[in-house]
Design a protein around this ligand. Structure first.
Ligand SMILES: [Fe+2]
Ligand SMILES: [Fe+2]
Length: 148
């Protein structure tokens, strides 16, 4: 167990590590979607550019919220994103984005389970809200994939 002075809730190193995985992933997709927003082209791209930009901003807010929680619990948030993949065309981009959203959904369900087991209700609550948005993103990207 990690002990932080002043923090009422104390959690395991395992949970702190998962939270840092989440921070790294959120930073990755924030940049990834923003650069995809910049590089989307053609008529199809025109219709979804602003959607990608708004999702990118949501991911940055996730990164910040998760990092704040991690720091409160005694962890140090990583500054390294997981590898960013922009893609050379719309199909490549969306294929990767669907993969990243399903990865986030799997990880966040795991975090909710661990947090609940450790009595960290606040982290579980935080990730329930984020999970809902990741499911929306996943839905958006799978719908876009059908149009390509
Ligand atoms: Fe996110
Ligand atoms: Fe997302």
């Amino acid at each position: 167990m990690v002990v932080k002075k002043g923090a009422v809730t104390q959690v395991s190193k395992k949970l702190l590590d998962r939270l840092n995985d989440a921070v790294a992933r959120e930073m990755q997709v924030a940049v990834q979607y923003m650069w995809q927003h910049v590089q989307w082209g053609g008529v199809k791209g025109f219709a979804v550019k602003s959607e990608l930009q708004s999702i990118a901003v949501q991911e940055m807010k996730h990164a910040e919220a998760i990092a704040e929680r991690l720091y409160y619990l005694g962890g140090i948030p990583t500054t390294k994103p997981t590898p960013i993949f922009v893609g050379a065309n719309l199909k490549e981009m969306i294929k990767q984005d669907i993969k990243d959203e399903s990865g986030a959904i799997t990880l966040y369900k795991e975090i909710i389970e661990i947090a609940k087991k450790e009595g960290d209700v606040t982290t579980a609550f935080l990730f329930k809200g984020i999970l809902q948005q990741e499911e929306d993103h996943h839905d958006t990207f799978t719908t876009l994939a059908e149009e390509l």
